[in-house]
Design a binder for this molecule. Structure first.
Ligand code: SF4
Length: 520
């Protein structure tokens, strides 16, 4: 197999061996190889912004202690980096210089907050429901399993940067989740078999593809062993030539899910059980408070799509003296065990159904500032009707636009007169069951027209009689082709009478797009 250039680097020097060299690096003269190696320790830098560094902190299961929050605050307060919560329950510290970052990194490592293996070819932070173990619908507490799984690879030389590509893992013992998990390479989803609660296994997801049902039921006591077999099989058999085809998804494309299971058998000596009954059900948005099993409440503080200010971080720290804190997979902060419903902090956003990727201010791939543009969406309606939106700044899809009712991906387009910002628009994800990804309906909707188009789609949903957008998609939109849906909503945009029916004339759709979106 012809190895890609990153694999050749790993052969010349294992990433774990690079760690001792970090302090001696000249940050004004980093090579692309240096940048690859640094990523294995959660340190991110690009040649486009050579003086800015980011540190990504691993927060397994989103659980963070008061002592860990203290450590972050004390090590970083002098430099006041920008703070971002990610959809993998991590904390990112942005806009540091190299030496500030190193000082924070060293202090945090001493105090039990690691940034190891949070970027590039690593097993990333393992995520779960923010109310794991305490929520009313929590059946199995998975945090102890997460720690066992993490122990298999974290800070182990043979795994640091040594797998073919990044690998995302989720496990949930709750019946529903504020974010779907089918975009993970490996997802243990709550299930029941022969009266025993455990997990059905899904493999090969990524931001642009849904994970496949592996037809394996995993009892809780087998999770770490099965996970061990998965990570060993991926390390040994994963593809390492074309860099763009190295995820588990690509291996499954090549050898099939049964082929991969036979590779897992090399590392797992028991027989696989066949799938159990899937128990995952639709997540209902319940405002800001959640009843917990012990009759206390959790409060969800809505950040600004993951952004929190330094002052807000300080307030979170103060509240952590009294309440348990968790970082949610919805980029929000959860405070646990309130005796009564109490709004502990003022929300930064009125919406909890929109997931937004890092965007231009934090990511060089973004075509614009998705976080500020998300504020222009009809957030009140999206929240009120529990309509899930995934907003990505580019096709890498960190905003999970295919696992949403409405998916948006930033683009630049000159289709309608002059170069301007817009989005690709996706509709109809069946994300609760992971059965169907949202489909691309419009290749380009200018941002200036997006609000109106979304209101038309939402209005259509409200008039349909369905009370759940995902159901509306499944039973109505997804019965028709992408072209038929595009035609239907373009006609509505142009105030014409129309009924949804099959339609495949792309030339007509192009003309309608010009009529609808052309600059005056
Ligand atoms: S989706 Fe693209 S722009 Fe957004 S964070 Fe991911 S890589 Fe960056």
């Amino acid at each position: 197999m012809k190895l890609n250039k990153i694999e050749k680097l790993k052969l010349s020097l294992k990433p774990a061996k690079f760690y001792q060299k970090i302090e001696k690096l000249d940050p004004t003269n980093l090579t692309e190889a240096d940048r690859f190696y640094l990523k294995n320790f959660g340190i991110y830098n690009t040649k486009l912004r050579p003086d800015k560094f980011m540190l990504r902190l691993r927060i397994p299961g989103g659980r963070i202690t008061k002592a860990q929050l203290d450590a972050i605050f004390e090590s970083a307060k002098e430099f006041k980096p920008k703070i971002l919560l990610t959809a993998r329950s991590q904390i990112e510290l942005h806009d540091l210089d190299f030496f500030q970052l190193l000082a924070i990194h060293k202090e945090l490592e001493k105090r039990g907050v690691t940034s190891f293996q949070t970027l590039t070819d690593n097993f990333r932070n393992i995520i779960t429901h923010p109310l794991d173990g305490v929520g009313e619908d929590s059946i199995i507490e998975v945090y102890p399993l997460i720690l066992k799984m993490q122990d298999l690879f974290l800070k182990k030389e043979e795994f640091i940067g040594m797998i073919p590509r990044k690998f995302n893992t989720a496990i949930s013992g709750n019946l529903s989740s504020p974010q779907p998990f089918f975009g993970n390479d490996c997802y243990f989803a709550l299930a029941l078999k022969d009266g025993v609660y455990g997990f059905n296994l899904y493999l090969g997801g990524k931001n642009s593809e849904l994970a496949q049902d592996a037809d394996i039921f995993v009892p809780p006591h087998e999770v770490a062993d099965i996970f061990g077999a998965i990570i060993q099989a991926f390390k040994k058999y994963g593809l390492r030539s074309s860099r763009t085809k190295t995820r588990l998804y690509h291996l499954l494309q090549e050898i099939g899910i049964e082929g991969f299971k036979s590779k897992m058998e090399e590392f797992y000596k028991n027989n696989f059980l066949t799938r159990g009954k899937a128990l995952v059900r639709k997540y209902k948005n319940t405002e800001d408070f959640f009843q917990l099993k012990d009759n206390t409440f959790a409060f969800r503080w809505k950040t600004k799509f993951g952004e929190i200010s330094w002052e807000e971080f300080e307030k979170v720290l103060t509240l952590a003296q009294k309440y348990e804190v968790r970082i949610g997979i919805d980029q929000n902060v959860y405070f646990l065990h309130l005796l009564q419903k109490e709004r502990l902090l003022s929300h930064r956003s009125q919406n909890s159904t929109v997931l937004v990727c890092a965007g231009e201010r934090y990511c060089i791939y973004s075509l614009f500032d998705t976080k500020s543009k998300a504020a222009d969406l009809p957030l009140d309606l999206l929240e009120k009707y529990n309509i899930r939106v995934g907003y990505s700044g580019c096709l890498k899809g960190c905003g999970r636009h295919i696992l949403a009712d409405i998916g948006l991906v930033g683009i630049r387009t000159n289709l309608f007169g002059e170069i301007e910002r817009g989005v690709r628009l996706y509709l109809g994800g069946e994300y609760t069951t992971g059965k169907k990804a949202a489909r691309l309906i419009f290749w380009a909707v200018p941002l200036r027209n997006l609000g109106i188009m979304l209101r038309i789609i939402i209005e259509d949903f409200l008039q349909s009689g369905y009370d759940d957008f995902e159901q509306f998609s499944k039973e109505r939109l997804n019965k028709f082709s992408e072209a038929a849906i595009a035609y239907y909503y373009l006609q509505k945009f142009l105030h014409k009478d129309v009924t949804l029916c099959e339609f495949n004339n792309y030339e007509t759709i192009k003309l309608l797009e010009q009529e609808a979106f052309k600059l005056p």
